[in-house]
Structure formats: structure tokens, C-alpha cells
Design a protein around this ligand. Structure first.
Ligand SMILES: [Zn+2]
Length: 827
């Protein structure tokens, strides 16, 4: 920095000399460095002069968030945000009972009323930011109404919000509302926010320790609370906040020792807690713990493309296939965690991880018009119907259809995904520079160098295109370093300054730094390398995925959208495949990408590039079908088996589109071969169509005839059929055969989870067969048994029928169920 005036002087005299000889455009290059250096992280030897950085004794911030409003999104990103404003997030009060202002506990000065928990704060967290980022006055005003009510609800002791939560000592909903207030302050500078939060945190500190984070989700997610405490400390410097930060860390579940809880959303928030605490403890072991947590969960359940991991409520041992899904909440929380970690560590790897989720997994979680979402999104997902997919997915009931009213948490929490992303595109550095951390079209207006307010216009179709053009506007020449993240997947990078190549020895996973005196109109052009590449998922049966730059690609599957509920304005929608999906890739090893053809959509990006018809990039690749790879009895895509899979089907050229464009998709493919090394794919068992008086949504009628042998009546590992939550009632289940058959025996293996649940063997049962229109009981030759841990066989005089019914009388107070039900002919 000290040499700057000197260099300016040289540059001025050279310019004078050159004035006669050179066109004006070239002048800026005179006396300037002809190269860009590569660094792993910005320096941390001083705080940024213009923006709020970590205050002593907290660890210095390598990257600093700019105030909300400094970054104006353009292009495809603005289009997403505008769709949000017209879609689910912008209009959620029309749909969600938790967002109804009238009578809400969050609107009440006394904190009394309906919906006191997380839903309203979840929604408001992104809704407000959406308004600030877009400059949408309607949204800003509507958010303001809620914020004013929250600010008015503070009690003399500092607590605010619904009093029921205070009574229960549950500060989780308030953690989210504190985020709302942080954003409000960053966007408006409202002077009430800091003293308000200070009083609230004094209330937390005054709690008896055992009443601070006593249990449940708040104990798992309190890294969020800690981040807010540091945010306030950096603005007020009140020492009690560090004392509270220490107490909150000590009362949080221990994430430094490994994954402390296997719930998907808890992991995406909780895994980073040690890194947030590092800011206060300054022990690098805590940073390492957050990285280790990420590695652990990706290693066990994230051996798939798209940046997420399978937790279709919780991570489950044995359920690591790409058909295991991630909750929409998990995606936006993971992105938010990565943004925090990019700032805490300065390591661009975290920005890579944020883009991986944002560009690949998140768009697929919603309809292209952003008016509905589904709870669960998986890399392999070939049918989005409303029916139960358990036990293949852990969470039963409707999880995959797009529904604007269902999916309570995700419906509200999805709001902060794109707005927070837009706020983190550019960050400030401690040496008073600026950093392009995430790439998307925008204009950033910020103070740099000696404090001049400059603008950088970023024009790009990234992640669909390799080129990023940055144009500076400044009232006077200003010297500062410009940091450009080099995504791991986009290396090497070519750089041009004002049309001239700039030597740029960029390492992947580092920043290129161009430090110079910038002048109005200076232009930097980056060109990334985006070649098709293959990832082999060794731990997932040797499956492969195809990527290009930050995008991973999925099979283009024809979509048939069907309305399954909702209203004309807010329909609930299912998506069914209209083209085959069971392809394995036929790759020319050892050079697997040799035949992949890249096809660009001509013309400018469509308004919604994250849709199949708008896909800006397509890849063509050779594939062959695997006929035995099918959907399971619930419609869920079959799990992967070993690659290479045997296929003698004809080779075809199939089209891949970005995963974020594909609502139906296969993203982790088997490879195929017809050689001796190929593995024969084992198809699913054929099951008998069945009906029941009732079947618990988490269970499946297909379990009756799936041929999977129970180990015991309490076997929880197998799919089952139960009448839960019917208790003590008379119930039935029926087989519907394709053609009438002669039956003379039947065997049933009862489900009984004594010690774990409320299912028991029935009080009694009998078999009926359909004779024309009538149901008749079979002439049994022995008792109807109810023994545990084995088949109960009954033989009877042969009947010929198309339908057989098993009728039970459940024990009083208890439900019941069946693991397997077999029928036999005349023996
Ligand atoms: Zn959710």
C-alpha cells in the first residue's frame, strides 16, 4: 500500500509520454503489474477499514460480508428471485396458516396467539432478505410489519416473542428470528436492533445454566445462536457477549467430537458449530472438526453428485444409494453454513461446496415457476408421485409430489436459499480489497482501497458459461486488490485486463489476486475451463456421474405433469416419466469422456434456465438400457447394483441436462458392459397386487408378497404392512390375482413390535374368498395360528378365486401388521 503513490507518479509520467503515441484505452496498463498472483486465503493481519469485521479477541475475518443491498443481482439470479417474489415465498401468507398475521403469537406484544414456533421466523428470514436484495417495496413493507411487532414484544427482562417458548425454555424459534433482525439491521441500520439484541442476550446469560439450551433441536442447532452473538459483539464490543458465547458453546451438543446427531437438517446446521466457536476459541482444532464432520457425512451418505447426502429424515446405515434424498431445508441450511465457513476460514473450497448445492440440488427441489416444492430431492429420482415411498425413503406419506401447502418446515425455510446466495457473491477482504466469492451476474457497489465507493458490474451466464466479465466504475483511480475465486472444477483460468492477457498462475481452490490502481472503465475478463469430466463413486457400486464445471448432469427424462390437488392458482403436481430412464453409460475407458459431445443452446439464457426445455447446455453420451433395473413396489427407483452392469441392449446416444434443470433424473449411473466382467442386475421380486381396510402411510402393501424373509416378528429391517394407527378394530387385507387361481393353503408371518411399538398379533383371524359377488370363509382344516417368529399355516378345502381376504380382529388397545403372506395351491 505504501508504494502506491510512487507507482501512481510513474504511471502519470508514462501516461504523459504515451499520450501522443497510444490510444487512451492503453494508458491504464502502463506501469501496472502484468500478472495475477495466486493465494489460498486473504491476509488476516488487519481488519477491513470499511466494513464490520471480527473484533478482538475474536479471530480476524479473512472475508467480510458486505451490507445487504450492496449487491444487486442481475440475469438468471435476478430471475430466480423475482419468481420467488411472485411465487411461494413472496405469497406464502395466502397459503400457510403459520404466516397468518391475525392472531399470530409473533404479531402480539404479549407473545400470545397461534403459530409460536419456527415456521413464521423461517419464512420471514428469507422473505425480508428477498425484499432487500430485490428492492421490492411491497415485500420490505410486509416484512417490516412483522419486524415492528417483534421489536415491540420485548419484555423488561430482554426476552421477546411467543411466551410459550419462554415457558418451555425453547429458544430455537428465536434463533431464527434473530437472523431476521440481523438482516434488517444490515439493510436499514435501524438503531433499535443492536440494543434490542443486547437485552435479549443478557436475558440468555441470566438463565440458570441448566435452563440454557436444555435439550431438543435448540441444543443441536445452537451454533446459529453463537454466530448471532459474535455478529452483535462485532458491532457493540460488549464483553458479556463473549461470556455468553462460551456458555452457549458449552451447552451445545458436542459437534467437535464428530457427528452428534444424524438428522439431516441438524447435520447441515450443526456440523459447522466447531468452526463458529473457533472464532472465539482460536484453536484450529475446531476448524478441523467442522471439515471432518463434512467429510464424515459425505463419505458415509454423500457418495453421490449434487453436493448433498442422503437423509430422507435421518441418515440410516445401509441407505447410502443415490435414491436416498435430502430435505429442502437441508439444502438451504448447508448453503448458509458453507457461506459462513467461507468467511470464517477464507478457504474458497467452501464457496465451491455452496455452488455445488445451489446450482445442482436446490433448483430441482422446486417447480420451475417456484410456486411449489417437495420435501425430498435425490440424485436419482424417476417418479414424483404423492404416494408413500417408505421404507425405501425413511419418511412415509407424500414426500415427492410438488405441493405449495404441504411440507411444513421446507415450505417456509426455502425462502433464504437464493437471497442469502445473492448477498454473498462479493465479500470484502482485510487489505481493503474485494473478493468475487460466488459467481453470478450482478453489480456490487462497495468501498475499497482508500475508501472510494466503486462499482463492479459482473456479466456472466456462469455456471452455464465459462466467461465472466467485470467492468469497474470509479470516480477516481483507486488502488486495491481484487480477489477472484478459482473454482476447483474450472481450472485453469485465462485472464485478460483491458483486452490484454494477464499471466495468471491460478491454482485450483485458490484466489487469483489482481492488485493495481483501478480506473473507471477497467475491464477484467475471466475464462474458466469447463470440460466434461467423470466422477467414479467407488463406494456406491462404482457408479459414475458426469460433470462440466460446477454442474453435474442428469439423464433427460420425458415429464408428464399431473395435478393431484391444490387450486388452479396453487396446484399440487405429480411428475411421471414418459421415456425410459434405466440406462447405464457405455464409456470408452480409459478415456471415458472422449465421446461426450457438448451442445450449447443458441441465443441468450432463457428466463428460467433451470428447466429441461431451457437447459443451456446438453451433453450427448453413449448408453445402453439395463432391463432389470426397475422401480420398486412403491415406485421408487431401484437401488444401484455393481458396475459394470451386464447389458446386451443396443447402444443409444442419450441426452444429459444439468441436474438443476431435471425434475426427473438419473444422475449417478451404472456403467454397462457385455463382457465377462459385467455383473448381472437382479430385478425386484414380482409382488401381488393387494388392498387393505387401512395401511399406515409409512408402510407398504407390497411388503406382503415381496419374498423377503423375516428374521423374527419384531424384524424392523424389512418392509411391512400394518393397520397402524387403528387399534382394537376389525381390519382386512386382500390379494387381487391377475387370474383366478386354485388355493388350498395360506401362511402368514405376523408383525409384532412388543417393546418398541404398539403392534401385536391379532386376537383372531380368518380367511375369506370371493365367490362371485359374495365373500365366503374357507373351510379351514385347523386353527388360525397367531404364533410369533414363524409362519402360521392354515390348510383348507381348495377354492378357485380371484381375490383372497385375510380378516383380523385386533387385540383391544393394540394395532397389528404382517411381514409376509403366502398362498399355496392344492398339495
Ligand atoms: Zn424442511
Amino acid at each position: 500500500m505504501r508504494t502506491a503513490p510512487h507507482r501512481l507518479a510513474i504511471s502519470a509520467s508514462l501516461a504523459l509520454l504515451a499520450l501522443i503515441l497510444l490510444p487512451a484505452r492503453r494508458l491504464a496498463a502502463a506501469g501496472e503489474p502484468a500478472s495475477a498472483r495466486s493465494v489460498k486465503s486473504p491476509p488476516t493481519d488487519r481488519p477491513n477499514s470499511h466494513y464490520v469485521s471480527n473484533r478482538e479477541p475474536l479471530a480476524p475475518s479473512p472475508l467480510v460480508k458486505l451490507p445487504i443491498g450492496a449487491i444487486e443481482p442481475h440475469g438468471w439470479l435476478r430471475a430466480q428471485l423475482e419468481r420467488m417474489a411472485d411465487g411461494l415465498t413472496g405469497r406464502l401468507p395466502e397459503l400457510s396458516p403459520w404466516c397468518k398475521a391475525e392472531g399470530s403469537a409473533w404479531m402480539s406484544r404479549e407473545g400470545a396467539g397461534h403459530s409460536p414456533w419456527e415456521e413464521l421466523p423461517y419464512w420471514l428470514k428469507g422473505f425480508g432478505d428477498l425484499g432487500y436484495v430485490l428492492g421490492d417495496e411491497r415485500i420490505v413493507a410486509e416484512a417490516r410489519r412483522w419486524i415492528e411487532a417483534v421489536l415491540a414484544s420485548q419484555e423488561p427482562d430482554g426476552y421477546f416473542g411467543p411466551r410459550d417458548n419462554k415457558k418451555n425454555r425453547d429458544i430455537w424459534p428465536n434463533m431464527v428470528m434473530v437472523n431476521v433482525l440481523q438482516s434488517f439491521h444490515e439493510a436499514t441500520g435501524d438503531p433499535r436492533v443492536l440494543p434490542f439484541l443486547s437485552r435479549y442476550f443478557r436475558w440468555q446469560l441470566a438463565l440458570p445454566r441448566e435452563e440454557l439450551l436444555p435439550g431438543s433441536w435448540q441444543k443441536v442447532r445452537a451454533g446459529d445462536n453463537l454466530e448471532s452473538i459474535h455478529w452483535l459483539y462485532n458491532r457493540t464490543g460488549e464483553p458479556f457477549l463473549l461470556e455468553l458465547g462460551q456458555a452457549v458453546h458449552e451447552r451445545t451438543i458436542d459437534w467437535a467430537g464428530g457427528i452428534a446427531n444424524w438428522h439431516g437438517v441438524n447435520i447441515t446446521q450443526g456440523f459447522r458449530e466447531p468452526a463458529v466457536y473457533f472464532v472465539q476459541a482460536r484453536d484450529p482444532a475446531f476448524l478441523a472438526a467442522a471439515e471432518r464432520n463434512y467429510q464424515t457425512v459425505r463419505d458415509l451418505y454423500g457418495q453421490v453428485p449434487g453436493g448433498m447426502f442422503g437423509a430422507d429424515e435421518n441418515c440410516r446405515p445401509g441407505h447410502d444409494d443415490p435414491r436416498q434424498a435430502a430435505e429442502t431445508c437441508s439444502m438451504v441450511e448447508f448453503m448458509h453454513s458453507f457461506q459462513m465457513l467461507a468467511r470464517i476460514t477464507g478457504d474458497p473450497l467452501w464457496a465451491d461446496r455452496c455452488e455445488e448445492v445451489a446450482f445442482n440440488s436446490l433448483p430441482a427441489a422446486m417447480t420451475p415457476d417456484l410456486k411449489a416444492l417437495h420435501y425430498l430431492t435425490a440424485p436419482n429420482m424417476v417418479q414424483l408421485d404423492r404416494f408413500n415411498k417408505a421404507p425405501g425413503l425413511q419418511n412415509g406419506g407424500c414426500m415427492l409430489a410438488y405441493d405449495p401447502r404441504d411440507y411444513r418446515c421446507c415450505q417456509h425455510n426455502v425462502s433464504h436459499g437464493w437471497p442469502y446466495f445473492a448477498e454473498e457473491l462479493w465479500l470484502a477482504t482485510p487489505d481493503d480489497g474485494l473478493c468475487a466469492s460466488l459467481y453470478a451476474p450482478c453489480t456490487v457497489t462497495a468501498r475499497a482501497g482508500d475508501g472510494a465507493t466503486i462499482q463492479i458490474r459482473e456479466e456472466t451466464d456462469y455456471p452455464f458459461d465459462e466467461r465472466v466479465r467485470l467492468t469497474l466504475a470509479t470516480p477516481a483511480p483507486v488502488r486495491f486488490p481484487l480477489y477472484l475465486r478459482v473454482p476447483r472444477a474450472c481450472h485453469p483460468v485465462a485472464l485478460q485486463l483491458n483486452g490484454r492477457p494477464l499471466a495468471a498462475a491460478a491454482e485450483p481452490g485458490a484466489y487469483l489476486v489482481v492488485e493495481r490502481t483501478w480506473r473507471d472503465g477497467d475491464e477484467l475478463a475471466l475464462e474458466f475451463t469447463m470440460l466434461p469430466g467423470i466422477t467414479v463413486w467407488e463406494k456406491n457400486h462404482g457408479a459414475v456421474s458426469v460433470h462440466r464445471g460446477p454442474l453435474t448432469f442428469s439423464l433427460l427424462i420425458g415429464e408428464r405433469w399431473e395435478r393431484c390437488g391444490g387450486t388452479d392458482d396453487w396446484p399440487a403436481l405429480e411428475v411421471y416419466p414418459t421415456t425410459p430412464w434405466n440406462y447405464g453409460l457405455d464409456l470408452p475407458w480409459p478415456d471415458p469422456t472422449r465421446q461426450i459431445e457438448v451442445v450449447r443452446r443458441p441465443g441468450p439464457l432463457p428466463a428460467q434456465p433451470f428447466a429441461p426445455e431451457g437447459a443451456p447446455i446438453q451433453l450427448r453420451v453413449r448408453a445402453r438400457r439395463i432391463p432389470e433395473w426397475k422401480q420398486d413396489e412403491t415406485g421408487l427407483v431401484g437401488a444401484l447394483q455393481d458396475s459394470p452392469a451386464y447389458s446386451a441392449e443396443p447402444a443409444e446416444t442419450v441426452t444429459l441436462i444439468p441436474m438443476g434443470c431435471a425434475r426427473l433424473r438419473v444422475s449417478a449411473f451404472p456403467t454397462v458392459s457385455s463382457g465377462p466382467e459385467a455383473h448381472r442386475w437382479v430385478g425386484p421380486p414380482a409382488t401381488t397386487p393387494a388392498r387393505a381396510s387401512h395401511c399406515n402411510p409409512g408402510d407398504t402393501l407390497a411388503a406382503l408378497s415381496d419374498g423377503r424373509e423375516p428374521a423374527a416378528s419384531g424384524d424392523q429391517a424389512l418392509p411391512r404392512m400394518t393397520w397402524w394407527d387403528h387399534r382394537g378394530t376389525r381390519e382386512w387385507v386382500e390379494y387381487h390375482f391377475d387370474e383366478p387361481r386354485s388355493i388350498a393353503s395360506s401362511e402368514v408371518y405376523w408383525f409384532d413390535d412388543t417393546g418398541a411399538g404398539q403392534c401385536r398379533v391379532p386376537a383372531s383371524w380368518r380367511l375369506l374368498w370371493q365367490d362371485g359377488e359374495a365373500w365366503r370363509e374357507v373351510a379351514a382344516r385347523g386353527p388360525y395360528g397367531t404364533a410369533l417368529d414363524r409362519y402360521n399355516r392354515v390348510e383348507f378345502a381348495p377354492v378357485t378365486t380371484g381375490q383372497l381376504r385375510l380378516e383380523v380382529q385386533l387385540q383391544p388397545e393394540f394395532s397389528g401388521g404382517i411381514l409376509e403372506w403366502r398362498t399355496g395351491g392344492n398339495e
